[in-house]
Design a protein around this ligand. Structure first.
Ligand SMILES: Cc1cc2nc3c(=O)[nH]c(=O)nc-3n(C[C@H](O)[C@H](O)[C@H](O)COP(=O)(O)O)c2cc1C
Length: 206
């Protein structure tokens, strides 16, 4: 049984008053520890029927102090978010014995932000975003590869524009919890809740 002994005690005084700055500190620590995907986070959504679904996406920095990710707006998650914008994000860094949970409402990023980010991506990723109909059934891998080859030939060396159905979201954090493992299952849980114009930090039982 893992005893969770890596972390020194965590208390409200040692946390940044801004939970998004604290989040960036935790991501940096996971990156410095050599974790393979320190920005991977689970995104949970529920559509109009209220049935949840979750998948991993990559954290792509903060926009106006809100965490962002990029995807296909016509994907299953995109359809769920258009029906119900409430979502949750969860980071888990096993080497750090740390978890962060963020809940709030999601909004699409302004078009120019998505386009600028798309333009910064490797050409191969741009091409696959341009041809992907994410979350739809496809007959075979061969069909996908053929579509990629056809697009690569058609576009040649030309610029690949950001597809209409592709872009980013930001999640406006309403509730942010920092969890770290401690010995004897006496884990630390510190919750940021919105209070007046700022945040108040509460400790939760493990
Ligand atoms: C490490 C990792 C990173 C991923 N990053 C993204 C991402 O940033 N955006 C994305 O749309 N899908 C990403 N995916 C794929 C998603 O988990 C998922 O398969 C896809 O978005 C389709 O989900 P949906 O059908 O619920 O819309 C990633 C998967 C893994 C394992």
């Amino acid at each position: 049984m893992n005893q969770y002994t890596r972390n020194p005690p965590l208390d409200a005084e040692s946390l940044d008053p801004d939970p998004m700055r604290e989040l960036e500190r935790w991501i940096d620590a996971a990156r410095e520890a050599g974790m393979l995907e320190p920005t991977a986070m689970t995104l949970a959504t529920a559509g109009a029927d209220g049935i949840p679904a979750a998948r991993i996406v990559l954290f792509k920095g903060l926009h106006e102090n809100c965490p962002t990710f990029y995807t296909n707006y016509a994907s299953r998650k995109g359809r769920m978010l258009s029906e119900n914008p409430h979502a949750a994000l969860v980071f888990w860094w096993d080497q750090m014995e740390r978890q962060v949970r963020i809940e709030g409402r999601v909004e699409k990023l302004p078009r120019e932000i998505s386009e600028a980010y798309f333009a910064s991506r490797p050409r191969e990723s741009q091409l696959s975003a341009a041809v992907s109909r994410q979350s739809r059934p496809v007959a075979s891998r061969t069909e996908l590869d053929a579509r990629m080859d056809e697009a690569a030939e058609r576009i040649g060396d030309g610029a690949i524009p950001c597809p209409e159905q592709w872009g980013g979201y930001r999640l406006l954090p309403a509730r942010v919890e920092f969890w770290q493992g401690r010995h004897g299952r006496a884990h630390d849980r510190l919750l940021y809740e919105q209070a007046n114009s700022g945040w108040r930090i509460l400790r939760l039982e493990p």
